[in-house]
Design a protein. Structure first.
Length: 253
């Protein structure tokens, strides 16, 4: 069963979300949480369009969507799940998560130095002592690691981003940066909260979004909807991606 701290704060979870089905149809709510906010090592799925969620599971299943970082176990897990779930289970999960509201639980902080971290289960965890230069990175860590591991859906995250990245990211997102990309607002809406089957990108995890932009750019994500992202990301550098996702994460969802 999925840990559910606040069962009265969301609709009843359907079986694919709350329990899953052995052996390989893992419960969606364990990783993505009952409120759909997810964690940095996976994805926030709350409020994504139903058709978009269904399409992503199809892409995982047929091999169109992979991950450009083979060490990320969450992508492997999603491929396993996508191949195991039935059409009805997919429909139930997509309907549930699409009805949830994405709420803000990531605090974006521009910084020159950040806590030293280690990787645990695909997520960065802050060490008890020591700092280091941030460089050209986003360092997203728990506000309270113990509460995160207990899957408290109200204990959020801090995303440390390089100084100046929010201003740079805003220019790229709103104008396209003098032809470097296409303004995100053109497809994702003026408030970046999505249009039709195009997902909202305001207020989601920068770690999650950076991985996806890299996957689009480097060819790990394909499929019908992914094709729309190929041109916008083709000229983006890693520094551009850091700036774009830092800015997007700073917005209200």
């Amino acid at each position: 069963m999925v840990p559910d701290w606040f069962p009265n704060e969301h609709p009843p979870m359907p079986p694919p979300v709350s329990e899953g089905r052995r052996p390989d149809a893992y419960a969606c709510g364990y990783c993505h949480l009952p409120n759909g906010l997810g964690r940095p090592e996976n994805s926030s799925v709350a409020g994504l369009p139903k058709a978009y969620i269904i399409e992503q599971l199809k892409d995982f299943k047929d091999g169109s969507r992979r991950g450009s970082e083979p060490r990320m176990g969450s992508v492997h897990d999603m491929i396993v799940v996508a191949k195991a779930v039935t059409a009805d289970e997919t429909e139930q999960a997509a309907e549930y998560f699409s009805q949830l509201k994405l709420t803000k639980w990531i605090r974006v902080v521009e910084a020159a130095t950040v806590p030293k971290t280690r990787i645990v289960g695909g997520m960065l965890v802050a060490e008890a002592e020591g700092t280091e230069p941030i460089g050209s990175r986003i360092i997203e860590v728990s506000e309270d690691y113990e509460q995160t591991e207990l899957r408290n859906p109200k204990s959020g995250f801090i995303a440390y981003v390089p100084k100046g990245s929010l201003k740079t990211g805003e220019a790229l997102v709103k104008t396209g940066g003098n032809g470097k990309t296409i303004a995100c607002t053109a497809c994702h809406g003026a408030n970046l909260q999505g249009v039709g089957d195009i997902p909202g990108i305001a207020g989601r995890s920068p770690s999650q979004m950076a991985r996806q932009l890299i996957d689009f750019r480097d060819g790990a994500r394909n499929g019908p909807l992914a094709a729309l992202m190929k041109l916008p990301v083709s000229k983006l550098t890693d520094d551009d991606i850091v700036a774009i996702t830092a800015y997007l994460a700073s917005l209200e969802p």
